[in-house]
Write a protein that binds this ligand. Structure first.
Ligand code: ADP
Length: 247
């Protein structure tokens, strides 16, 4: 296979913090429409990998190619514009605005807050906002103030705020943390709808959820890849069991 088969090709990615290699010569490849889950004990380097891909942290060595475009030389904004969305654990929604307004603000034309608030709403934007709200199960609350949403629904709203920018790759850090069982189920379904035409990388701890959503699992330990494969396969890998239970 050549690089062009992958939406994301990470090769030899390394970052040192004062001599400590948080991510150490990491290589992995994500397919179009794949849900890739990264697991591993605390401090394994999972968050740092996402930080490196989205340009928050600069790599010491290695390359990140997104649809064959080198990302390591771009800044965070350029990487977003290239089509990579990242959701952090704490939602960054506007609590005083409605669901509709939150989504509208993220519509690419409306990146400028004032532009979004004072633009005359055209039907194209309204349609896109409604379509996105429906995608993230929030159509029936579209006129509600965001602060009225449950914790889980706030997470979905934030996913919607990324989706409306139409990323080809979405990166999510523990998307179901603090969610009810029903919300977890609905998030799994949401991720499947999302990957009908894009790829997702998820950091997750809940192995039951991992098994449910992952096409492939990458297990990290001490900045390196310990194992890779289906959830079923990595769960039975003695090296993985050792790292999770061995000390
Ligand atoms: P994980 O997400 O798997 O829990 P992290 O990527 O957050 O792991 O961290 C990996 C290691 O890198 C940890 O030992 C952490 O302390 C260290 N680290 C992460 N970011 C920095 C930083 N900006 N400066 C120094 N050390 C860092």
């Amino acid at each position: 296979a050549t690089n062009t088969d992958f939406v994301l090709a990470v090769e030899g990615l390394t970052v040192s913090f004062e001599g400590f290699k948080a991510v150490d010569d990491l290589s992995f490849y994500v397919d179009e429409k794949e849900i890739r889950v990264i697991i591993g004990p605390n401090g394994a380097g999972k968050t740092t990998v996402l930080d490196l891909i989205c340009g928050r942290t600069k790599a010491t060595e290695g390359s990140v190619k997104f649809r064959n475009k080198e990302l390591t030389t771009l800044n965070e904004h350029e990487i977003v514009r290239a089509g990579v969305g990242r959701k952090f654990q704490t939602p960054s929604i506007y609590e005083d605005l409605t669901v509709f307004e939150n989504l509208e603000l993220c519509y690419p034309r409306g990146r400028n807050v004032f532009g979004a608030l004072f633009f005359k709403r055209d039907q194209k934007v309204i349609n896109k906002v409604r379509e996105t709200a429906e995608m993230v199960n929030l159509l029936d609350q579209i006129e509600d103030s965001a602060d009225l949403l449950s914790h889980g629904k706030k997470q979905w709203l934030e996913i919607g705020m990324l989706l409306i920018q139409d990323p080809a790759l979405l990166m999510l850090d523990e998307p179901v943390a603090g969610m009810s069982v029903t919300e977890r189920q609905q998030t799994a379904e949401l991720l499947r709808r999302i990957t009908a035409d894009r790829s997702v990388i998820v950091i997750e701890h809940d192995m039951q959820f991992v098994a449910e959503i992952a096409d492939h699992v990458t297990v990290m330990h001490q900045g390196k890849i310990l194992a890779e494969g289906t959830a079923e396969k990595v769960k039975q890998d003695p090296k993985v069991i050792e790292v999770y239970l061995g000390h």
